[in-house]
Design a protein around this ligand. Structure first.
Ligand code: GDD
Ligand code: MG
Length: 341
């Protein structure tokens, strides 16, 4: 069985750390998001297809060096084809019922249960569902008692939402779904394909699951996902290897080879090989790899790109820090599914 992981897009809501990094390789507790997802796949899955575009070479490199005991293929798009176009582009690697998984989600979803339910209902597609309060950034469904989905609306206005159950970003699909997707075009699974399968009454179902779910597509939710996983592990900080740390850390995650002086870090994610001086206070921020932060800085709610240097005594609040040119191939504007903050 195969699983397509939608690893494309630019992660514009997480720039500038996504300027230099393939979105699905963003670390969560120092491990790429995509690795968290692969580890949850049912045993039946023996091939993973990573549908990617920007910086897909980084995925090739990562999976060359890390063996997950299965066939892993990077399916490349020259330009982003959208969530359905990317699946169509990878269709040569599919020969059975298959999973499609968003890569920017951390959850307790039971993919085996989703597959079992899909086989029971014998429809064309089955999607995982999760209840939220604010539905407007998600795909929202109308669901019948037997799990049949009668409506799917992507990012509706609050008043137009058919329920509070959202698309949690994991699907089981039959190969016939591929026939709905035009080749080589930008096509959205959520806006175009799901509504058409429902209109054709081809069998489209949803399964709600228990536990936890988080979309980690923006800085605040990326940080919240770390906090939630730390809570689950019963720890208040997480650190990589070969660090020299003298600070105080609350809900903060520190990458490998970091050197941090006597500073306070709260709700903060620090990537590999970062140096932070004494007497800093850093809250709700993401600090990219190889950054150097001088002593006595106050940094609040910031995303700092790789290799930035912050001078001693700097005060930063609500900023994205990137002093270098925009990397080649990265869009000037947000594209794709995203809704601006
Ligand atoms: N290969 C490829 N090509 N992947 C893409 C592309 C593309 O052109 N565009 C987006 N993706 C990937 C993203 O990396 C992500 O893993 C997934 O497809 C969904 O795209 P997002 O841009 O993150 O969408 P979203 O968060 O606004 O909404 C989606 O996720 C919600 C749950 O978090 C939708 O699926 C919603 O319906 C859903 O509720
Ligand atoms: Mg997303």
């Amino acid at each position: 069985m195969q699983a397509i992981i939608l690893s494309g897009g630019y992660g514009t809501r997480l720039k500038p750390i996504t300027y230099t990094r393939q979105k699905s390789l963003l670390p969560i507790l120092n491990k790429p998001m995509v690795a968290h997802i692969i580890e949850k796949l049912p045993h039946e899955v023996n091939r993973v297809v990573l549908a990617a575009n920007y910086r897909s070479d980084q995925l090739e490199e990562y999976f060359k060096n890390n063996d997950f005991g299965m066939d892993i293929i990077v399916s490349m798009e020259d330009t982003p084809l959208g969530t359905a176009g990317a699946v169509k582009n990878a269709s040569q690697y599919i020969d059975d019922t298959f999973f499609v998984l968003n890569s920017d989600i951390i959850s307790s979803i039971d993919l085996q249960a989703l597959l079992d339910f899909h086989r029971e209902t014998k429809g064309l597609g089955t999607i995982s569902l999760w209840p939220v309060e604010n539905v407007s950034e998600f795909g929202v469904v109308a669901l019948e008692d037997d799990g049949k989905i009668t409506k799917f609306v992507e990012k509706p206005k609050k008043e137009d939402a058919p329920s509070n159950l959202i698309n949690a970003g994991a699907y089981c699909l039959e190969q016939e779904v591929l026939d709905y997707i035009e080749k080589g075009k930008m096509v959205s699974m959520e806006k175009e394909i799901f509504p058409r399968i429902i209109a054709d009454d081809k069998g489209f179902h949803g399964l709600q699951f228990e536990g936890y779910w988080m979309d980690v597509g923006r800085p605040s939710s990326y940080i919240d996902a770390h906090k939630m996983l730390m809570d689950k592990k019963g720890v208040k900080m997480w650190q990589g290897e070969h660090c020299i740390l003298s600070g105080r850390f609350i809900y903060s995650c520190i990458g490998n080879k970091a050197i941090i002086g006597s500073s306070d870090l709260v709700d903060t994610i620090v990537y590999d090989e970062v140096t932070i001086g004494d007497d800093c206070r850093i809250t709700s921020s993401i600090i990219g790899a190889n950054c150097k932060i001088g002593a006595d800085c106050v940094i609040e709610n910031c995303v700092i790109g790789d290799r930035e240097i912050i001078k001693p005594g700097t005060r930063l609040r609500d900023e994205s820090v990137w002093t270098k040119p925009l990397p080649e191939g990265y869009p000037h504007q947000q594209i794709g599914n995203a809704v601006q903050k």
